[in-house]
Design a protein around this ligand. Sequence first.
Ligand SMILES: [Zn+2]
Ligand SMILES: [Zn+2]
Length: 273
Amino acid sequence: MLELAGIRVDARSIGGLETAIDLPDWKVCFDVGRSPRELLRRETILFTHAHMDHLGGIAYHCATRALMGMGPPTYVVPPSAVAPLQQLFAAWRLLDRSELAHHLLPLAPGERYEHRKDVHLEAFEVPHTVPAQGYVLWKRTTRLDERFRDLPQPELVRLAREGTQLDRTDETPEVAFCGDTRIQGLDGHPAVRRARLLILECTFLDERANAEEAGKRGHVHLDQIVERADWFENEAILLTHFSARYSRDQIERLLDERLPASLRARTTALLSD
Ligand SMILES: [Zn+2]
Ligand SMILES: [Zn+2]
């Protein structure tokens, strides 16, 4: 379990093999490529796109939760994935002779999913090789407006009775997750730049696949992050989805060598075991 910018992240992500990014603080997960056992308890999952390494675990997740007596999960998906997923679940119901109860919610870029009273998630479009979207997790905080902070309690009560709005509600982008994307996916939503924690794929790292090739395959190359080094305002950045061709040592060494110090200090690489 990582803790980045004070946010707990339980993540696994290797390009082409498996991605699942769980945020226990908000009980929400992005993508389930292979449905590890720890994620069965997670009821709400938002999927970025329909590649197998991001969505392949959906039927297993659903069936195994039911087997363990847990309630029907909610799957938030890009609208284009709804009909094929309904067919997939229909086929599995025939094979598995089980109900596979779940809620399938389409969410288009620009729309928001109300997760909790104080948390919603907003989808934004990212360019990949299939329809894909990222998500921004927004936290709402309501507090007494600064203008009234020094007033005595009876005065506040009087103002409230008169119908004065005393509270102020702020929305802050806590997490942005881009899923699989070309570098241009960073521009998919203004909040991506300033989210406290940015989770960004970085599939390719060196000359074995250059930036142009990364773009053709719908992915980000480390060179492109270096080019934009001054752009990031995030408190913490988690780089994910490294190609399986890179060893843990190679990843750390390439990040140390290529990222400017200001960015390196805020950046964590998601390494697999
Ligand atoms: Zn992927
Ligand atoms: Zn993909």
